[in-house]
Design a protein around this ligand. Sequence first.
Ligand SMILES: Cc1cc2nc3c(=O)[nH]c(=O)nc-3n(C[C@H](O)[C@H](O)[C@H](O)COP(=O)(O)O)c2cc1C
Length: 187
Amino acid sequence: MDAIAALHQRVSTPRLTAPGPTSEQLNILFKAALRAADHGNMRPWRFLIVEGEGLARLGELFARIAATKNPGITQAELDRCHALPQRAPMIIVSIAKCQVNPKVPQIEQIISAGAATQNLLNAAFAIDVGAVWRTGDMAYDPQVKQALGLLAGEEIIGFIYVGTPTVPPHAPREQNPSDFFSVWSQE
Ligand SMILES: Cc1cc2nc3c(=O)[nH]c(=O)nc-3n(C[C@H](O)[C@H](O)[C@H](O)COP(=O)(O)O)c2cc1C
């Protein structure tokens, strides 16, 4: 798909199934992510690929953490936590990797990692790979961060669910640029 068409039409595809992306498709996604704007050439990002057994283990981790936080949790809620990562054949965990830099504040590093993540989503859409960016409590949980091996200065900014859409992408909602873009001029 043409780049501008992909940028104008991209939507999330929350309903995903197997197969996951091929290694060629993944490489396209990865290379797109790595072209994000990046102040100071810091590369303030890294990504973890979770698939197969890893998804089941991630679900076990989510359920275990939910149980420690809420001892009265129901079995149904535990099952739901366990099943969360299995909503796609692959999750790409998007991590902002912030370092102290006098010229590049942390917020710039986090938004740069966000830009890399959005590039990945745009590339996925352009080549018909389904994807949706999710977070939720587990993204910010210290135990999840520890279990996934995050280091000081690192934050999970997204669980990017990737796979084959079960239904074709819907048309994006029409938006009026003038609602968001306006000309500023000093009086
Ligand atoms: C940082 C971030 C976190 C998000 N977390 C969730 C989430 O946990 N659950 C969810 O349903 N959508 C989440 N979304 C929104 C979806 O990814 C998606 O953008 C939204 O449903 C709008 O759909 P669209 O991408 O097709 O316009 C998140 C988006 C961002 C940018």
